[in-house]
Ligand binder design. Structure first.
Ligand SMILES: *Cc1c(COP(=O)(O)O)cnc(C)c1O
Length: 493
């Protein structure tokens, strides 16, 4: 563990009264701080370590070195996509003209509004939909906004009996969660053994109480849902709308468009498809698009071009679902996505989609000799193994089998982030790998090599995997305890 100094944790180096920093003396003693009300005063000392500046700096720097991120290593995590944050995006977002107050009058923010409008239009073109809003702060927030569009649409037509949203059993957990938050009942539709929506299970669910259906394509198994035009026809015939969860848009980029398949409303995760930072609780962005005829339902404010005045402005639509965010969303993130869209250019957008598919299929085909592939055939940008093959110790029926968790923990020893494990829930030992379009062949080959080596280890010495990781600052955690009794402080007060 590298935040140990001379055998001690930083907390143990504390000496009462030692300071790393001093506040300047108050030059205006007559304005001495008002006494804090007793209720707000601390009852006990904080017990923060008292150390010198260098020790404090080293503590945080060493802690940051324990982090894993796209800038430190390959990240095969599935259902996550983008693993590339181009540095030029940061430069663009730091341009002084884009660091403006959210309440800046439209007349002095024309450049920023134009950029916003161009991103809206580009996303509309990529998706085959009519109009986008960039207001929502995340994919899940986009889902909620999109479902509110659907609710608003039905309500405005006086069709208040539509209380249900159909969600496939392979859906990301945010789908049913967003539908519930939007006030809908969730009806689950089954998948076939091939991993796509089961049409026979779907048909009896359709009726006058269906507000819409949510789908992800390719779905969370990385499989392209080929029956969408038929599904969309059935859902539309019963009066519902089709919602597209765009978290897996990457492989479709420039190849096919949700709007052309029959989707009415969708979201895009800029942090999954358009290279903005992902994870760590950082700012996200979940733009929402709608087909023609639903534009008026989008959240306020909307950015539009006023032809008469010859300028961009923020516009509030009376028929809108209302507002889902303060101002116009995470503007700095939208600037980064714009920079990425321009660096790709129209001619290279399809290349991103195709490379994401090629990379995933390459890993899948190289590793299927060692890992169980429950669904054969071409995958899109990601795929799911069902643990190790029997001959490598992966027999589920043997209680001592080497699990997906063991493989994931062993990967950490080799300096890789683990893939997504035990999701989707359709397989016992799900191990979901998604390389994305942005990794080189060398990176993929090195990962494949390590995954094979781990399978060999599982066969020769299962205990080595069962006790992994061995080289990380912290060894294997008790997952249940870590969730139920998390310790956020060194010393519980
Ligand atoms: C990531 C993801 C979401 C949620 O998006 P966030 O931006 O994390 O809120 C929804 N659906 C799918 C399929 C996803 O992979």
């Amino acid at each position: 563990m590298n935040n140990v100094y001379y055998g001690k944790l930083v907390f143990e180096l504390s000496k009462p009264g030692r300071k790393g920093y001093s506040l300047p003396t108050n030059a205006f003693p007559e304005y001495a701080l008002a006494e804090l009300p007793t209720a707000l005063r601390r009852e006990r000392p904080t017990l923060l370590p008292e150390v010198d500046e260098l020790t404090a700096v080293r503590h945080y720097t060493n802690m940051s070195n324990n982090n894993f991120g796209v800038d430190t290593g390959f990240y095969p995590l599935g259902s996550c996509t983008m693993k590339y944050n181009p540095k030029v995006n940061e430069e663009m977002a730091a341009l002084p003209g884009f660091n403006i107050h959210p309440a800046t009058p439209d007349c002095t923010a024309q450049g920023a509004l134009r950029l916003y409008d161009e991103v809206q239009k580009t996303l509309a073109e990529i998706s085959g939909l009519q109009r986008f809003t960039l207001n929502p702060y995340a994919g899940a927030h986009g889902e909620l906004t999109g479902l509110m569009v659907i609710a608003t649409y039905h309500r405005q037509r006086g069709d208040v009996a539509r209380t249900k949203i159909i969600v496939p059993d392979s859906a990301h957990g945010t789908n049913p969660a967003s539908a519930a938050v939007a006030g809908f009942q969730i009806v689950q539709v089954k998948s076939t053994p091939g991993g796509t929506v089961d049409m026979e299970d779907l048909k009896p669910l359709l009726g006058p109480d269906v507000a819409g259906m949510m789908m992800t394509n390719p779905n969370t198994l990385g499989i392209f849902e080929t029956q969408i035009p038929d599904i969309a026809r059935l859902v539309h015939e019963c009066g519902g709308l089709m919602y597209y969860d765009g978290a897996n848009l990457n492989p479709m980029l420039g190849v096919c468009r949700p709007g052309d398949m029959g989707f009415d409303v969708m979201h895009i995760n800029l942090h999954k498809t358009f290279s903005t930072p992902h994870g760590g609780g950082g700012p996200g962005s979940g733009p929402v698009g709608v087909r023609a005829g639903l534009e008026h339902c989008l959240p306020n404010p909307q950015v539009v071009y006023n032809e008469e005045k010859g300028r961009f402005e923020q516009h509030c639509e009376a028929e809108s679902l209302g507002s889902v965010s303060g101002f116009l969303g995470n503007f700095g993130i939208i600037v980064r996505a714009y920079a990425y869209l321009l660096s790709l250019g129209r001619e290279n957008v399809p290349m991103a989609g195709r490379l994401s598919v090629l990379n995933a299929n390459y890993i899948k085909e190289c590793l299927r000799s060692h890992y169980k592939l429950p669904i054969d055939g071409l995958c899109k940008h990601e795929f799911v193994f069902d643990g190790l093959r029997e001959e490598y110790g992966g027999d589920h029926h043997d209680p001592a089998h080497v699990t997906t968790l063991d493989v994931a923990k062993r990967l950490l020893d080799y300096g890789y982030h683990a893939p997504t494990i035990y999701f989707p829930l359709l397989f016992h030992e799900a191990l979901m790998i998604e390389p994305t379009e942005t990794e080189s062949k060398q990176t993929l080959d090195a990962f494949i090599e390590v995954m094979k080596r781990i399978a060999e280890e599982a066969k020769a010495d299962p205990q080595l995997l069962k006790t992994a990781p061995h080289n990380t600052p912290i060894r294997r955690l008790d997952d249940v305890k870590a969730v139920k009794e998390p310790k956020f402080t060194y010393k519980a007060l």
